[in-house]
Design a protein around this ligand. Structure first.
Ligand code: HEM
Length: 547
């Protein structure tokens, strides 16, 4: 049957028969040759049939699945996805196939949402089924034993964890940290005056101290503090292992069937799990002993420990939950501030406009404060636009869908990984004309509530960043106070030419960050140093009894 279905292969020429011209055996040899030739033809036909069937099978795409690129021979798109900046490839596919595309990563179905509308429609309006996370074997299970909520599927354990995050960082709780943010940012400016070249670490110390105050009610005076060093080591490791494709077992869970002692992907992760648990328990136990001594400051830890049963978290789960603000809040805030500086170097005219606004509203005798926020719309627009212009979470953080669904006629199978492709969303020229240009005015010209209350950079639905109020408040103070104090200027090369950082490149671990660049912080006038010295002194006074 197979043979008849295939066109006849051309006969080889008689001169080339095996054994041709070898005396008496030539007849037998020639029939043997014919036999061999037919067999070869059968084998080739079978191979072609199998390969053809395989290719058709692996490229089978239920008609209604979202469109996407053709798969490779192994049925996957993995080989098409670059290891660095994969969202750029997804963006290309969005331009070819539309705002909702599907592809596979290993055996895993993936759907990427490249428009805000699709992300809102699915991740927010249908949040009851789109709020889970894809299975994360190494980072979520082996390293974290299900204790890091950011990797946890949408279940009761996540809800308990999330209720502690909400209690600690909802808008009302977040406003209680503002005084702390104001004091630490005044100290930050003083440190910048003294050591302008260290501005990046200075911002990092600020962000670290803020999240430690929120989580544990303690202050961080230096990045050399032992708890910071231990936390950084932990987060560096976690940041590295969440990169897609880092571990085969995350795509091929069947590898969990090999004997545990041979599972090489466990070895490092288990060592780190022990270290992390020790660190997080130490941090929580310090607060317990402060509570016993009556010297604990209000924090997520005091709240969690006094209502542990209400939150439904055991000791270890509580300790891990309290570590989340550091894990998710330092790198993000520091990078977002770095992006703002990069924007100012690329668009000095925007810096001038923002400074004019600050001079008009705040004047020269005090630092900007939260009470100025409503009167500083251009500065606020600069912050939103920086987060759009250079997104630090280009594919968002992946969600997973809990049941089969249909969206605009497209089938979305249960268990699919869903990327909210913020890179593609922010490049949507209908929503953001000339998307590559940094233009804060776009946020002032648009009265759409989604522009006024812009939260796309913080993700979607029930998983939306719980730290967004803390982050926005920090960015407001860091940006306005830095611009009020300093002209942000580029460094120069040996020929005196300004070195402007290139926004089209970056480096990615858990977040995407600009490549390192230098800035010159030039105090704007003589009074700046006096005001900073005065406000920093008052800040130190208010912080003096913080451990
Ligand atoms: C500019 C700064 C920040 C940005 C752009 C940002 C962005 C994000 C994004 C995109 C997500 C994923 C949301 C989703 O799954 O749809 C997320 C999750 C999260 N963020 Fe942030 N974030 C920032 C700062 C912070 C801060 C300061 C904290 C804490 C103090 C924080 C804590 C968290 C946590 C705990 C999650 C996990 C939520 C969950 O899985 O339920 N983030 N963030």
């Amino acid at each position: 049957m197979l043979m008849t279905a295939l066109p006849n292969l051309p006969s080889p020429s008689p001169q080339r028969h095996v054994g041709a011209g070898r005396g008496n055996n030539s007849g037998a040899a020639s029939s043997e040759g014919v036999y061999m030739r037919d067999m070869l033809r059968d084998i080739i036909a079978v191979v072609l049939f199998l390969v053809g069937t395989w290719v058709i099978w692996i490229n089978r795409r239920p008609k209604s699945l979202p469109p996407g690129p053709p798969a490779g021979l192994m049925g996957s798109h993995t080989h098409l996805i670059p290891k660095t900046e994969p969202w750029k490839k997804f963006y290309e596919w969005h331009q070819m196939y539309g705002p909702v595309i599907s592809f596979t990563f290993g055996p895993q179905n993936v759907i990427s949402l490249g428009s805000a509308k699709a992300a809102w429609d699915l991740l927010e309006k249908r949040g009851d089924i789109y709020s889970s996370r894809p299975r994360s074997i190494v980072a979520g299970e082996i390293l974290s034993d299900g204790n890091r909520g950011i990797f946890t599927p949408y279940n009761q354990r996540w809800r308990n964890w999330r209720s502690l995050m909400q209690a600690g960082m909802n808008p009302t709780a977040s406003s209680a940290y503002r005084e702390r943010q104001a004091s630490e940012s005044a100290v930050m400016l003083k440190e910048m005056l003294e050591k302008p070249e260290g501005h990046k670490d200075i911002i990092k110390r600020y962000a670290t101290s803020v999240v430690f105050a929120i989580a544990y009610g303690r202050r961080v005076r230096s990045l050399d503090d032992e708890i910071v060093v231990r936390n950084s080591a932990t987060e560096n490791y976690a940041g590295k292992i969440v990169l897609p494709g880092k571990f085969l077992v995350d795509s091929w869970p069947i590898l969990l069937w090999i004997p545990k002692s041979l599972q090489w992907f466990r070895w490092d992760a288990e060592v780190h799990r022990k270290m992390d648990t020790e660190l997080y328990m130490d941090l929580m136990n310090t607060v317990k002993s402060q509570i016993d001594q009556g010297i604990a400051k209000d924090s997520m830890a005091t709240r969690a420990l006094s209502k542990q049963a209400q939150f439904g978290l055991n000791e270890e789960q509580t300790a891990y939950a309290l570590a989340a603000p550091y894990a998710a809040g330092v790198g993000t805030t520091t990078t977002a501030a770095d992006i703002l500086l990069m924007a100012m170097l690329n668009y000095p005219e925007c810096m001038k406009k923002a400074q004019e606004e600050l001079d008009r509203v705040v004047g020269p005798h005090r630092l900007p404060d939260f009470s100025d926020e409503d009167a500083l719309p251009y500065c606020t627009a600069c912050i939103k636009e920086a987060q759009r212009w250079y997104t630090l979470a280009p594919t968002g953080f992946p969600h997973a869908v809990l049941q089969d669904d249909v969206y605009e006629g497209m089938f979305i199978p249960k268990g699919t990984t869903i990327y909210s492709n913020l890179y593609a969303i922010f490049q949507d020229s209908e929503m953001f004309p000339e998307p590559h240009v940094y233009r804060p005015e776009r946020f002032l010209e648009n009265d759409d509530p989604r522009f006024i209350n812009f939260t796309l950079q913080f993700g979607f639905g029930r998983r939306i960043c719980p730290g967004m109020h803390v982050a926005s408040a920090s960015l407001f103070l860091v940006f306005t106070r830095m611009l009020w104090s300093f002209n942000i200027l580029p460094k120069k090369d040996e020929l005196g030419r300004p070195i402007i950082p290139d926004p089209s490149v970056g480096q990615t671990q858990l977040v995407r960050a600009p490549l390192p660049f230098g800035v010159v912080l030039e105090p704007r006038n003589k009074e700046v140093s006096e005001v900073i010295a005065r406000e920093a002194e008052a800040a130190e006074e208010s912080l003096k009894d913080w451990l």
